[in-house]
Design a protein around this ligand. Structure first.
Ligand code: ZN
Length: 249
């Protein structure tokens, strides 16, 4: 029986939803983020606001939410030249991957997260990777996650479970998942509270833009991350348009 989890928590919509998922399920939840000298540090600073807001607004989750860790992986900026770490525009590369692709990034993050989880005695890793709104990142694939689960469990001689609650759902369903988790949080109007918290505090925009507030949150409104987030929010709010609202088991 798994009772503790480490959530790969960047401060974006997806990882915040994963954190809420873990808090609804596990008695002891820790968080980890990676500083790889992202062009925009806004995600990393927003994550602390998200943690504080979760603690303040969801008392049952506050008891479960434990240590937060920030790991410096500046070396990733040394080995990859991408639009996330350098001042270059987003574009598609000849191989069909966007130039925001950092080769092996999720593999490195999961390895470091597992090493941390090993030391902290945590046995579940929760990550917000997704094949549905997939930019083609091969290290977000379900098969990659399953292979990593086996490699890490063998390599560290400890049975790790990698959970990916968002793997098969789209952005509208991710908003709906937050809604459902909030509803079950034990807080009055918890669904609205969690969705509002995500709108207000999480950051997804590739350009690091936080001066423009939209119904779905802050962002430039035109980069691929903003477009996905906005479209998903619109669908989530449209009556009659069903999204796969069920909680992953
Ligand atoms: Zn944007």
């Amino acid at each position: 029986m798994h009772t503790s989890a480490l959530v790969l928590f960047s401060g974006g919509q997806d990882s915040t939803t994963c954190l809420a998922y873990a808090l609804s399920k596990y008695a002891h939840v820790e968080t980890v983020a990676f500083d790889y000298r992202q062009r925009h540090h806004v995600e990393l600073s927003q994550r602390l606001h998200v943690l504080n807001a979760l603690r303040a607004q969801f008392p049952q989750w506050a008891q479960r939410l434990k240590d937060d860790h920030l790991l410096d992986v500046a070396v990733l900026g040394e080995v990859s030249e991408t639009s996330l770490t350098r001042d270059t525009a987003m574009a598609m590369q000849a191989n069909g991957l966007p130039n925001s692709f950092v080769p092996g990034r999720n593999l490195l993050f999961l390895t470091l997260a597992a090493a941390l989880a090993y030391r902290r005695g945590l046995d579940v890793l929760v990550t917000g990777v997704c094949e549905t709104d997939f930019s083609g990142y091969p290290d977000c694939r379900d098969d990659t996650m399953k292979a990593m689960q086996i490699a890490l469990s063998l390599g560290m001689d400890k049975r790790f479970l990698i959970e990916t609650p968002l793997m098969w759902i789209d952005k509208a369903a991710t908003w709906q998942l937050a809604h459902s988790l909030g509803e079950q949080s034990g807080v009055t109007e918890g669904a609205t509270a969690l969705v509002d918290l995500i709108v207000e505090h999480t950051h997804t925009c590739y350009l690091g833009e936080r001066s423009q507030r939209h119904a779905w949150g802050y962002g430039c409104g035109t980069c691929p991350a903003c477009v996905l987030r906005a479209k998903g929010f619109e669908t989530y709010n449209s009556p009659g348009e069903s999204t796969s609202a069920s909680l992953p088991t």
